[in-house]
Design a protein. Structure first.
Length: 308
């Protein structure tokens, strides 16, 4: 889907899930550098920033939550900044970008002011606003995820960890790790964007990018806390399951030892040879008494040895 907005001398073109034909038409219209063309047509490009004579090309990746799988996907975000235009492209439809577009549309419809500064719609400010909205959405998602993780942690403290679905625990751990490695490369890229834009546009841009760096640090810190907490829960989960399995195996081993002694005793009386008490009418009761006595004796020994 293509959206075009005009603000005085600035033009914003946004593509959501563009087709190859749309990208080809865009590249031809703006005569992008051949390296930009190559990256735009590629299926996946590592986060980076490239500066050319007339354009700044930025590639970032953001998480896209899949409601069906409950896992994150990589939503690649490309931005080409010119002196009086900005082109943004997202692999998947992003609601937060659509929200920004609709807000700008509303502002344009309600005002007759044609001053670019009144709208703060220079290309670098649109880029800042877009990244800022993505960071805000991620921070909000992390807040919700932290509540779920705290509930898991409470289950650990209440010795109810076996009620935690293991697949849910693994999904949360994978999502937290995904967020960390999605946003980690952006620390360097934000600084490079700041340097490039300062030399490309007029105005004080430091305050905008300092705000982004602060939010990025919060995202990375939250990701680390989530990963460490989930790692602790996972270790406690594994230890609890192992302890339970060891307890079960200990009981089964003791039962096997008891039944083995009884089976050994009974095997003598199943042979076709003469054994003591074989001709006695009370043999059955005597053997039963011996068997119960052996059971009591073995249980006494096991408890004394603290094996049970």
């Amino acid at each position: 889907m293509k959206t075009v907005l005009r603000f005085w001398q600035t033009k914003w073109i946004h593509y959501s899930s563009p087709s190859p034909e749309e990208l080809q038409a865009l590249i031809k219209e703006y005569d992008f550098h051949e390296l930009i063309e190559e990256d735009l047509l590629d299926t996946y490009v590592q986060p980076k920033i490239d500066q050319y004579d007339n354009d700044i090309f930025v590639v970032l990746t953001f998480p896209k939550y899949n409601q069906q799988t409950r896992k994150y996907l990589i939503n690649e975000f490309n931005a080409v900044l010119g002196k009086d235009y900005i082109v943004t492209i997202s692999t998947y439809e992003a609601n937060h970008i659509a929200k920004i577009v609709e807000q700008y549309k509303a502002d344009l419809a309600e005002s007759d002011i044609k001053d670019e500064e009144a709208y703060k719609v220079s290309p670098y400010y649109i880029l800042y606003t877009t990244i800022d909205e993505m960071y805000n959405k991620t921070l909000k998602a992390q807040a919700g995820a932290m509540k779920d993780i705290l509930m898991l942690e409470n289950s650990v403290s209440s010795n109810d960890i076996t009620q935690i679905p293991l697949h849910e625990l693994m999904k949360k751990k994978a999502n937290s790790t995904f967020l960390k490695y999605t946003f980690l490369p952006q620390k360097t890229i934000l600084m490079e964007i700041q340097k490039a834009c300062i030399g490309f546009y007029d105005g004080d841009l430091d305050v905008y990018f300092e705000d982004l760096e602060s939010k990025l640090d919060k995202i990375l810190t939250n990701s680390m806390i989530m990963i460490e907490t989930l790692q602790s829960i996972t270790e406690t989960y594994d230890e609890t399951i192992n302890n339970q399995m060891n307890a079960i195996m200990r009981v089964l081993t003791l039962l096997t030892a008891i039944t083995w002694v009884l089976s050994l005793l009974m095997s003598f009386y199943s042979m076709n040879i003469k054994v003591p008490l074989m001709s006695s009418d009370s043999a059955w009761w005597i053997l039963l008494l011996i068997m119960f006595s052996l059971i009591i004796l073995m249980v006494f020994i096991f408890k004394k040895k603290k094996w049970m």
